[in-house]
Design a protein around this ligand. Structure first.
Ligand SMILES: Nc1ncnc2c1ncn2[C@@H]1O[C@H](COP(=O)(O)OP(=O)(O)OP(=O)(O)O)[C@@H](O)[C@H]1O
Ligand SMILES: [Mg+2]
Length: 489
C-alpha cells in the first residue's frame, strides 16, 4: 500500500466514524421529530373530537355519537379508529365494528381516567408505527365518566424517515469525498512531492551523479530533511573529490615505485655489465701497467700508455659506483591473498580505466588460497600487466582480471590472468616481449622494462609468466605463483 493511500486512510477512517455516528444520530432525531409532530396533530384532533363526544354524551344521544364517530373516521385521514370506554374500562362505542373484539389497553386507560390527563404511545404494527392516544371523557359536572381511544396509523412517517436518511447520507458522502480529495491534494503538495524530490536526489546521489541541491521552501520537518540531505550531498561530494585526489596521488606514488623498479632492473643489468666488462677491463689494465713498467723513463710511448691506464681506471670507477648503487631487493615472501592485493591495487587503476572509458572487471573464486609471494612485488607485476592492458586497449574495450587454482609441475598454486580486448600482439614479437628494453611505443613513452621486471619478480618467486595473444583477438597474460604452505585443503 502506497504512502498516499495509507495517509488518506489514517485521515479518513476517524472522519468516516465521526460522520457515520453523526448521520445515525441525525436520522434518529429526524424520526423522533416526525413522530412528535404526528402526535401533536393527533392530540389536536383528539381534543376536538373529545369536546364533540362530551357534548353528545351529555345529551345522551348514543346513536348520534356512533354516527359522529363514523363520520370523523371517514373524514379525518389521520384517524383510523375511535373507541369509547366507561370507567370500568369496558368498550361502549366503536367507530369501526371490525375492531370490537380487539384487546383493551387497560393500563393506559386506567392512568388517563385516574389522572384526567391525555396520553399516547406509539407501537410498531407491521411496517408503520401506530399511535394510540387516550383522552378522558368528562360528564356534565366535570367528573370523569370514561375515556376515548383514538388510533392513528402513522403512514408515511417511515417513508419520510427514509428520504431524510438518504438526504443525510448523501450530504455526508459528498462532504467526505470533498474532504478526501482535499486531503489527497494537500498530501500530494505538502508531503509526497517533496518526498519524491528527495528520493530522486538520493537515487542520483547513489548513481554518483548528484543533481542541483533540493529546494528548501519550508521550515517544517520535510524542509529540515531537505536541508540535511543537501548538507550530506555536499559532504559526500567533498569526500569523493578528496578520494579522487588521494587516488591520483597514490597512482603517482605507484608510478614512482615503477620507476624505482625500472632502476633496479637497470642496476641488475649494470651488475651483469660490470661482470662481463670488468674482467676484460682488468686484463687490459694489467697489461697496460706491465708495459708501462717495462718502458724506460722518457720513452715517448709512456704518455699514451698512461692515458690508457687513466681511462681504464675511470671506466672501472664508473662501474664500481654503478655497482654500489645496485642493491639487490630480496622479496619478502609471505602468504598473500590475491583479493587483498587487488583491493589495494584497483583504486589506482580504476581512475586510469575511467579516463580511457574502459570497463575493468574482476572475478575471483571465493575459495582461492593465498599465494606465496611478496605482496608489494606481486602488486608491481599486476600493475605492470594492467597498465600494459589499459594502454593497449582502445575506448569502449574491456580489461578483465581472473584467477583460479592451478598446478604447475605438480605444485599447487594460483594463476592470475589479466586479459584485454586490445589489438593483440603479432606472433613474431611474442618471444621478445620479456626482453629488457623491448617496446613498440614511440621513443620516450615506454622503457620496455615493464615485462622484464615482471619476469624477474616472478622468477624470484619460483613462478611462471606466460602470454597468449593473437592480432585482433586481444591478449592474456597469466602469472602463476605457488600456493602459500598450509593453505591446501
Ligand atoms: N596487453 C598488451 N597488448 C598488446 N601489446 C602488449 C601488451 N602488453 C605488452 N605489450 C607489448 O609489449 C611491449 C613491452 O611491454 P613492456 O611493459 O615491457 O614495456 P612498455 O609497456 O612498452 O614500456 P613501459 O612498461 O615502461 O611503459 C609493449 O611495448 C607492447 O608492444
Ligand atoms: Mg609496460
Amino acid at each position: 500500500m502506497g504512502l498516499r493511500l495509507r495517509l488518506i486512510l489514517v485521515l479518513m477512517i476517524p472522519l468516516i466514524l465521526v460522520a457515520g455516528g453523526y448521520g445515525l444520530f441525525r436520522v434518529r432525531q429526524e424520526r423522533a421529530q416526525l413522530l412528535e409532530e404526528d402526535r401533536r396533530n393527533v392530540a389536536l384532533t383528539a381534543r376536538a373530537i373529545q369536546i364533540a363526544v362530551e357534548n353528545a354524551l351529555r345529551d345522551r344521544q348514543i346513536s348520534d355519537i356512533r354516527r359522529l364517530l363514523s363520520e370523523i373516521v371517514e373524514d379525518q385521514e389521520q384517524i383510523d379508529r375511535i373507541r369509547l370506554f366507561d370507567r370500568g374500562l369496558s368498550p361502549t362505542l366503536v367507530s369501526n365494528s371490525l375492531s370490537i373484539g380487539e384487546e383493551v389497553p387497560r393500563e393506559a386507560l386506567r392512568r388517563v381516567i385516574e389522572t384526567g390527563q391525555p396520553r399516547g404511545f406509539f407501537e410498531r404494527r407491521g411496517k408503520d408505527p401506530v399511535l394510540f392516544y387516550f383522552v378522558p371523557l368528562r360528564g356534565r359536572k366535570g367528573g370523569i365518566q370514561g375515556a376515548m381511544e383514538v388510533v392513528h396509523l402513522a403512514v408515511g412517517v417511515e417513508q419520510r424517515v427514509r428520504s431524510a436518511t438518504l438526504d443525510v447520507w448523501l450530504r455526508l458522502g459528498i462532504l467526505l469525498l470533498a474532504v478526501g480529495a482535499l486531503a489527497g491534494l494537500m498530501l500530494q503538495r505538502q508531503v509526497l512531492r517533496p518526498l519524491s524530490r528527495l528520493m530522486e536526489g538520493i537515487r542520483r546521489l547513489g548513481q554518483g551523479q548528484p543533481g542541483p541541491p533540493l529546494p528548501v521552501e519550508r521550515r517544517d520537518e520535510l524542509g529540515r530533511v531537505a536541508e540535511a540531505f543537501n548538507r550530506m550531498a555536499e559532504q559526500l561530494d567533498g569526500a569523493r573529490l578528496k578520494l579522487l585526489a588521494e587516488a591520483e596521488r597514490t597512482l603517482d606514488l605507484e608510478q614512482q615505485v615503477r620507476r624505482a623498479e625500472t632502476l633496479a632492473v637497470a642496476g641488475r643489468l649494470a651488475t651483469g655489465l660490470a661482470h662481463e666488462v670488468g674482467t676484460p677491463l682488468n686484463i687490459v689494465s694489467g697489461r697496460a701497467e706491465f708495459l708501462l713498467q717495462t718502458l724506460p723513463p722518457g720513452d715517448r710511448r709512456r704518455p699514451d700508455l698512461e692515458v690508457i691506464i687513466a681511462q681504464i681506471d675511470r671506466i672501472s670507477g664508473i662501474i664500481r659506483s654503478l655497482l654500489d648503487m645496485v642493491r639487490a631487493q630480496k622479496p619478502e615472501i609471505q602468504p598473500a591473498p590475491v583479493a587483498a592485493v587487488l583491493d589495494r591495487l584497483l583504486p589506482l587503476v580504476e581512475h586510469a580505466a575511467r579516463r580511457r572509458r574502459l570497463t575493468l572487471s574482476v572475478s575471483l573464486p571465493a575459495d582461492l588460497p593465498p599465494m606465496q609471494a611478496d605482496p608489494n612485488q606481486f602488486q608491481q607485476v599486476l600493475l605492470n600487466l594492467l597498465m600494459n592492458a589499459l594502454e593497449a586497449t582502445s575506448e569502449g574495450g574491456k580489461v578483465q582480471i581472473g584467477a583460479a587454482r592451478a598446478q604447475e609441475g605438480g605444485r599447487p598454486g594460483v594463476a592470475v590472468t589479466v586479459s584485454d580486448t586490445g589489438p593483440g600482439i603479432p606472433a613474431d614479437l611474442l618471444p621478445r616481449l620479456f626482453e629488457p628494453f623491448f617496446t613498440t611505443k614511440p621513443p620516450g613513452q615506454g622503457t620496455g622494462l615493464g615485462l622484464a621486471i615482471c619476469r624477474d619478480i616472478v622468477r624470484d618467486h619460483g613462478g611462471e609468466i606466460r602470454v597468449e595473444s593473437s592480432p585482433g583477438r586481444g591478449t592474456a597474460f597469466t602469472v602463476w605463483l605457488p600456493e602459500a604452505a598450509g593453505s591446501a585443503q
